[in-house]
Ligand binder design. Structure first.
Ligand code: PLP
Length: 357
């Protein structure tokens, strides 16, 4: 089966095989990773190794801290304004390019003043703003963007210019799929369950100076500083998820060597599907305008709901699964994260051509 789920999503096979081999007992240790104290040396080494691999893959500079948290990206929708906005008289700018950006804003309004710097709603979130479209607040607390909108399939191709204001980006669905210049960001964050591991661990990479100001009445878990000062062990971390995240990073390093290499493969994979859409004479129509198309979530429709349903059922029968678009958009969504092999995308492309015939 080639599983095109938007998340939790397909994992690299070598990672699953290594985890399976070591599930009951790590060689030389005799216990499962799940059974190890997070204060013991064996787990601490696994934790440090996962972090070091992330730092290396993303070239994280010394100015930034890597945190392993829980609560998914949706908890970050709250933690970010709690730490950077609450208790200040500043405004946070939100750029709304799809469903997830809107949900991030819904949480931020509970914590302080916000401004919608751009909203793609009039064109049903099929496009991104140009620099001159953005209505940014001068001296904002931060500017929030969604690097890749998983539901609509639109992806920033480069960062907007925000001057000295911290740029905050939700990379949940394109984390580790391409290089990122971390130094340009105040915070990047991503839940793991698409490109980086299983659900349950969330990566936050935060500029250290931004952790200084959190108001003291926040619940302890919400304060980034607590996690940073305790190497993400303020409470018991999601140890098994962090172990798997480390294996995913090792797979990327050994199989590809760099994020530039996986990016090239991701672009080639996406191109196969977009070509099938563009060369279908209107049989398939893509949701996103071509310039902002996502390399991770390819969204398209056939003529009507009935045809979409027939397409999905026929695809499912030959082992191309979980291709249904998100309930809010409908149609078809092929999520082709790092771990989706080229053969899976080729099989889908061939099926698209055949189904059209
Ligand atoms: N942001 C984006 C871009 C997502 O795709 C998702 C989940 O699909 C989320 C946030 C929410 O993540 P979680 O369910 O881990 O809170």
């Amino acid at each position: 089966v080639f599983n095109f789920s938007a998340g939790p999503a397909v994992m690299p096979l070598p990672v699953l095989e290594e985890a399976q081999r070591d599930l009951v007992a790590l060689p030389g240790v005799g216990s499962s990773v799940m059974e190890l104290s997070h204060r013991g040396k064996t787990y601490m080494d696994i934790h440090a190794d996962a972090k070091a691999r992330l730092v290396s893959l993303l070239n994280v500079p010394d100015t930034h801290e890597v945190l392993f948290l829980q609560g998914g990206s949706r908890l970050q929708f709250s933690m970010i304004p709690m730490n950077l906005l609450k208790g200040t008289d500043k405004t946070a700018d939100y750029v709304l390019t799809g469903s997830w950006g809107k949900k991030a804003l819904e949480e931020a309004v509970k914590e302080g003043k916000t401004n919608v710097a751009w909203d793609g709603k009039p064109s049903n979130y099929n496009n991104l703003p140009s620099q001159s479209d953005l209505k940014l607040t001068s001296d904002a607390a931060y500017v929030h963007i969604t690097s890749n909108e998983t539901i609509q399939g639109v992806q920033f191709q480069s960062e907007p210019e925000v001057g000295n204001v911290p740029l905050v980006s939700d990379l949940s669905s394109d984390f580790l799929s391409r290089p990122v210049d971390v130094s340009k960001y105040g915070i990047i964050y991503a839940c793991a369950q698409k490109n980086a591991g299983p659900a349950g661990v969330t990566v936050v990479i935060i500029r250290k100076d931004l952790m200084a100001h959190a108001s003291s009445d926040l619940p302890g878990y919400m304060v980034y500083r607590n996690h940073a000062e305790n190497d993400s062990m303020w409470n018991t971390p999601p140890t098994f998820g962090i172990y798997l995240l480390g294996l995913v990073c090792k797979w990327l390093q050994e199989e590809f060597g760099s994020l530039e290499k996986i990016q090239a493969q991701n672009e080639a994979k996406a191109q196969l599907l977009y070509d099938a859409i563009d060369q279908s004479g209107g049989f398939y129509t893509g949701h996103a305008v071509p310039e902002v198309r996502s390399k991770m979530n390819v969204t398209f429709k056939l003529g009507d709901d009935q045809s979409d349903k027939k397409f999905l059922a026929a695809a499912n029968e030959i082992g191309l699964t979980q291709l249904g678009g998100h309930r809010s958009v409908g149609g078809v969504r092929a999520s082709i994260y790092n771990a989706m092999p080229v053969e899976g995308v080729e099989k889908l492309r061939d099926f698209m051509l055949e189904f059209k015939k």
